[in-house]
Design a protein around this ligand. Structure first.
Ligand SMILES: C[S@@+](CC[C@H](N)C(=O)[O-])C[C@H]1O[C@@H](n2cnc3c(N)ncnc32)[C@H](O)[C@@H]1O
Length: 453
């Protein structure tokens, strides 16, 4: 098989948690996309960083190498893999991806010496067309405009015409988005787009570095007329988001959680779980763990716009949702009102990472106390990738607290926090993974901790 000067033939010996095959080149590690342990690949070197090299791989013809593909290898369903960096595991079967993600979580728990009482069956409901939100790069290359994810290990925008991971409605917009930008007076002044889809509609956020001309506005007006979307212009931060017609208000999107008879509104730039079906399952599992919570007081930490807060309130709990984004708190309150749950929940705007751990009881627990006259009996924790932060021990120190459901998008910080909860007298009753992001290396973890009696 012919090789270019930047290509080398390598034996793959390991698989990283990011789905990269590991090999050695000149006694240094090299990490390769589209490569599985035991395989021989041609690796095209793309990037060097901190003594490591990163590459895209392609399997050597079996007849040339006598080395068989790994048993978990499947032909990629995506024609842009591995060049497009949006996904990392299209070359692995669904079962292998689940096992790989689960074993990474197990390794992390082993590292901190926390043992789970039991493991739940990994959850995976949809393989493609699940992604409802994305930020995509825009790049002008000659006459062409590219709209897509970054290429693997590079800042370049991948050349894609459709995407299997995006919902089919979002994917179908790509060609017309490119065309519209290419017809603008200065296409290179649009560095990025964001797309967000709710159950009711779609929003396109167009980041632009220069004011739009009348003709540019007319182009986007045309786009809005021909697609069921709301186009929002963004000249600087999200506080500059505006409709094409300045007098029109930005319309919130919404998503439903039918099991709890809920409809939640959100603005397209606000945090929401990207996989709607898996989110419903996640909420159902979290509440299932908590059991009968009627009349109990529950604190929902890092609550966003109320994704867990409102189902908890619907289940009869008295809930305090705590969140650092004031805008999300306002939306949470609004969602409580429109779902008839305002009497059952209260939203508080707090920086949950501010160092109050030395205080006997931290401010967020006081918010719960103030509002419902008692400390919470249960906690939901759903922090960003960095984990629960410095105040975790103080949140779980109150003797009233019986159980915690911890939802995490980072197995490493989940394990670190599991260790801290274990040292604070809680056992990990059950843990499992949710494949919220199939074919990517990301994974959601859910753990149920109960007080060790
Ligand atoms: C993973 S999201 C979870 C949101 C929500 N539970 C959901 O399911 O949609 C994490 C949330 O933590 C919030 N957050 C980030 N840093 C924070 C901080 N320092 N204090 C409080 N909340 C913070 C973010 O605004 C975001 O809403």
């Amino acid at each position: 098989m012919a090789k270019s000067p930047t290509e080398v033939e390598l034996d793959v010996v390991s698989l990283s948690e990011d789905g990269l095959g590991g090999a050695t080149l000149n006694e240094r590690p090299i990490w390769i996309r589209n490569a599985l342990p035991g395989e021989k690949v041609i690796a095209r070197i793309l990037k060097r960083r901190g003594g490591k090299k990163f590459a895209d791989g392609r399997l050597i013809d079996v007849s040339e190498s006598q080395v068989q593909p790994h048993k978990d290898r499947v032909p990629s369903a995506c024609e842009y893999f591995p060049r497009c960096g949006g996904c990392a595991m299209h070359h692995m079967s669904a079962e292998a991806q689940l096992l790989h993600k689960q074993s990474h979580l197990a390794e992390q728990l082993k590292r901190v010496e926390v043992e789970a009482g039991q493991w739940r069956q990994p959850s995976a409901l949809v393989r493609s067309g699940y992604r409802r939100k994305a930020r995509m790069g825009v790049r002008v290359v000659g006459e062409n405009v590219l709209v897509g994810f970054r290429e693997s290990f590079s800042n370049r925008v991948a050349r894609i015409d459709h995407c299997l991971t995006l919902t089919k409605e979002l994917s179908a917009l790509l060609p017309d988005l490119k065309k519209t930008i290419s017809e603008m007076s200065e296409p290179h002044t649009v560095p990025q787009l964001e797309v967000a889809q709710g159950d009711n509609s779609i929003a396109i956020l167009v980041r632009h570095l220069q004011p739009l001309t009348e003709n540019d506005r007319a182009l986007w007006q045309h786009f809005e007329t021909h697609h069921p979307v709301q186009v929002l212009l963004q000249s600087k931060g999200y506080d500059t988001l505006a409709r094409l017609n300045d007098d029109d208000k930005v319309i919130p999107l919404d998503y439903k959680i039918p099991e709890y008879g809920l409809s939640l509104q959100f603005y397209p730039h606000q945090f929401t779980q990207v996989n709607a079906l898996m989110n419903r399952e996640l909420v159902r599992t979290a509440l299932g763990y908590l059991g009968d919570i009627a009349d109990q007081v529950v604190a929902d930490m890092f609550c966003g716009i109320g994704n867990f807060t409102l189902p908890l309130a619907r289940a009869g709990a008295r809930v305090v949702g705590i969140e650092g984004s004031q805008e999300a708190v306002v939306m949470g309150q609004h969602n409580a009102l429109r779902n008839g749950l305002a009497a059952h929940c209260h939203f508080a705007d707090e920086d949950l990472y501010s160092e109050t751990a030395t205080a006997e009881v931290d401010a967020s627990m006081l918010a719960t106390l103030r509002h419902f006259g008692q400390f919470p009996q249960a906690l939901i924790l759903d922090p960003p990738r960095s984990g629960a932060g410095p105040n975790l021990e103080s949140w779980v120190s109150s003797p009233e607290l019986e159980q915690i459901v911890y939802v995490s998008c980072n197995p490493v910080t989940f394990a670190d926090d599991a260790k801290r909860l274990s040292d604070s007298g809680f056992v990990l009753r059950e843990v499992g993974i949710y494949d919220m992001f199939p074919n990517t290396s990301h994974v959601e973890t859910i753990g149920h901790f109960v007080r060790d009696k």
